[in-house]
Ligand binder design. Structure first.
Ligand SMILES: [Zn+2]
Length: 417
């Protein structure tokens, strides 16, 4: 039995308590009053249900062609380092999981991973839903990989087959991307209008085909108005935001960092960035999801889009708490509870009530953040195979002290156990 005592934060409450986790079942058996016998040190810390990142590109598939960038083992190590206890992996692999057989083959590769991994099934031109329930991802326009649509009609034709399914959308309008191809900068080639237009179309599809929709890596304040209005009229839609769209904006770009901070969708203006922060706080955005996209240093130097994040997830949330006054329950909601609800229908047996809450019967995974000890991000500290971070040199005000995965403790400060 593992005992963890201290300050606990759920989405709806913050309290002092003691958590008992059965290492055999990996589940929480009891949450009760503190008794002064914690197995791990938690002074100055807040204990959350284990964080979940719903948007990761871990690169492993049966082809193995992109495993020089990352694989399930290295992504799991980076996740644990960053306080992430489960994640959901995107399907834009060379051998994309788009039907029952290819999905099952990819799923087999996740069994030895250090954290639980939920796989998205891919939606591309002509695909059909799997026999089993899985979450899906649709790329509306060209990004990284081959799985994308070239017109709205082609997308709708395919989505019509996925009525009632859980579908995540990468919202960038392929027609606008195409007409902006000649612009001077990456930001101008993928303008805000592409996201705004694609968002409207995605919301129409979600409503028309009664999908459980999710909009990935949202970045424009203007597009958010449509999301908020859709939520208000009962459309089943949720929304992600990345650490990079909250931390960086286009006023911070220089010749030096421009290539390193290139991703899809690109960085937007300061106004958009601040609106995303407020939307995350107020609940208009539901998840802090990273779009962890490991590419080699060489690929980045040659202009490949995407940035890695798993190692820095937990420390980044301390920036939201200290710099932007997020409360611990607000963090618990977007980093633990909402991601837990998202993956719950797809969890295999043995996961109790699932992830996302410090309560009896839930998975005994915890993220323990030290709000007193800063983390200066260095290349040497990272576990991701790609070996770099957009936050190198940044000092986050707090750090991950322990990550507990189903009762197993990983400590950053050399605590035993
Ligand atoms: Zn992505």
């Amino acid at each position: 039995m593992l005992r963890v005592e201290g300050r606990i934060a759920n989405e709806d409450a913050e309290f002092d308590g003691a958590i008992d986790i059965d290492e055999q079942t990996g589940l929480i058996t009891k949450v009760g009053p503190c008794e002064g016998r914690s197995d791990v040190a938690t002074e100055g810390c807040v204990i959350f249900a284990g964080f979940g990142d719903l948007h990761v590109h871990a690169r492993e598939d049966v082809s193995g062609r992109e495993m020089y960038k990352e694989d399930f083992a290295s992504a799991s190590a980076a996740a644990i380092h960053g306080g992430v206890t489960h994640f959901a992996d995107m399907p834009n692999n060379p051998a994309a999981p788009i039907d029952d057989a290819s999905y099952a083959a990819k799923e087999k590769l996740t069994t030895g991973a250090g954290v639980h991994i939920t796989l998205y099934g891919g939606i591309g031109p002509g695909t059909r839903p799997l026999a089993r329930a899985v979450p899906y991802k649709a790329f509306m326009g060209p990004s990284v990989g081959e799985l994308f649509f070239s017109s709205p009609e082609q997308l709708e034709e395919t989505i019509a087959r996925y009525r009632g399914c859980n579908v995540s959308f990468h919202c960038e309008d392929p027609l606008i991307l195409n007409s902006s191809r000649g612009a001077a900068t990456h930001e101008q080639r993928r303008p805000a209008q592409a996201e705004i237009s694609a968002t409207r179309f995605a919301l129409q599809l979600i409503e028309k085909y009664e999908l459980q929709g999710k909009l990935c890596h949202f970045s424009t304040g203007e597009g958010l108005k449509d999301v908020i209005a859709a939520k208000a009229r009962g459309v089943k839609v949720t929304c992600e935001v990345t650490p990079h769209h909250l931390f960086f904006d286009d006023t911070m770009l220089s010749d030096e960092n421009r290539l390193w901070l290139q991703m899809n969708p690109p960085l937007r203006g300061r106004e958009d960035r601040l609106r995303m922060i407020e939307a995350l706080r107020m609940g208009a955005i539901d998840y802090l999801a990273t779009d962890h996209a490991p590419h080699s240093l060489e690929e980045k130097a040659n202009g490949t889009s995407g940035v890695p994040h798993l190692d820095t997830y937990g420390a980044f949330t301390t920036w939201l708490m200290v710099e932007h006054r997020f409360t611990a329950p607000q963090i618990a909601k977007v980093c633990a509870a909402n991601p837990g609800r998202f993956v719950q229908p797809y969890l295999p047996k043995g996961n109790g009530k699932g992830f996302g809450r410090v309560e009896e019967g839930y998975v005994g995974s915890l993220t323990v953040l030290d709000l007193k000890k800063p983390y200066v991000v260095t290349r040497e500290s990272l576990k991701t195979k790609c070996g770099w971070s957009p936050f190198e040199g940044v000092s986050f005000p707090g750090s991950v002290r322990h990550t507990v995965v189903r009762g197993r403790v990983y400590s950053q400060d050399g605590d035993k156990r």
